[in-house]
Design a binder for this molecule. Structure first.
Ligand SMILES: NC(=O)c1ccc[n+]([C@@H]2O[C@H](COP(=O)([O-])OP(=O)(O)OC[C@H]3O[C@@H](n4cnc5c(N)ncnc54)[C@H](OP(=O)(O)O)[C@@H]3O)[C@@H](O)[C@H]2O)c1
Length: 218
């Protein structure tokens, strides 16, 4: 299985790239600049020499030539990236993990992006892609530390059954994470905005909490 990550050079993309490639998935870590992608991929391999990370650094265009594509750019670059690459994303499952947040004083507050959520904006920018929202609440720090066990639910939403299924399968392949079908893209606004609450709790209490649903056995 090949996974492309657009904006893979940031903390979130790097963390996902490291985690997925440590599981044997072939990851194409994407950037707007080939050199930067190559450098970041090499840094990750150097950090985890015993993990045999199966990842390469490529430009975002090449990262789209994967079975599944994740958009890990800042929120205000996600839809424009999807629009620019929409032809390459057609027919593919595309996961948006971006949260629209703004720092106001000491707080991170949720913004209402155009179209109500980043995930919906990405779907509209790449109408022939099968867009899902996922990974919004998974902090890069824990995800990227391959020695750290994970323990969280990942809420997945999409208007396409194929995207929901493929995304949940991807999440479930990561030990310690469980994908939960949270419904259609209409759930994306609430899921994305809740990230601000979770970060606020973590800052206030100096913890690294995540979400786990109770009473949900499947
Ligand atoms: N950090 C976390 O813990 C975390 C957890 C869950 C979800 N998220 C979400 O994941 C996304 C990425 O987070 P991050 O902290 O990794 O972000 P980031 O470091 O700000 O950006 C990630 C990468 O996106 C590319 N980029 C920057 N501006 C862009 C633009 N206007 N258009 C296209 N590409 C652009 C850059 O790569 P190149 O310059 O190499 O192209 C950058 O390295 C965010 O939307 C965030 O809300 C983050």
């Amino acid at each position: 299985m090949t996974i492309g990550i657009l904006g893979g050079t940031g903390p979130a993309g790097k963390a996902l790239a490291a985690r997925l490639s440590s599981l044997g998935m072939e990851v194409r870590l994407g950037s707007r600049q080939a050199e930067r992608a190559t450098e970041v991929a090499a840094t990750l391999k150097d950090r985890w020499p015993d993990r045999r990370l199966t990842l390469t650094g490529v430009v975002n265009e090449e990262a789209c030539d994967s079975d599944l594509v994740v958009i890990a750019t800042p929120w205000d670059g996600a839809a424009t990236t999807a629009a620019r690459l929409s032809g390459r994303l057609a027919g593919k499952v595309v996961i948006s993990m971006a949260n629209a947040l703004a720092k106001v004083g000491d707080e991170l507050q949720a913004l209402v992006p155009p179209r109500g959520s980043v995930t919906v904006a990405v779907q509209q920018a790449a109408p022939e892609a099968l867009v899902a929202g996922a990974f919004h609440h998974v902090p890069a720090r824990g995800l990227g530390d391959l020695d750290e066990p994970l323990d969280a639910d990942v809420l997945v939403c999409s208007d396409h059954e194929r995207a929901t299924t493929a995304t949940i399968e991807l999440v479930d392949a990561i030990p310690g994470l469980r994908g939960v079908d949270a419904g259609t893209l209409s759930a994306a606004a609430a899921i994305e905005a809740f990230t601000a609450v979770l970060i606020g709790i973590n800052l206030k209490h100096r913890v690294h909490s995540s979400i786990r649903l109770t009473g949900f056995d499947r």
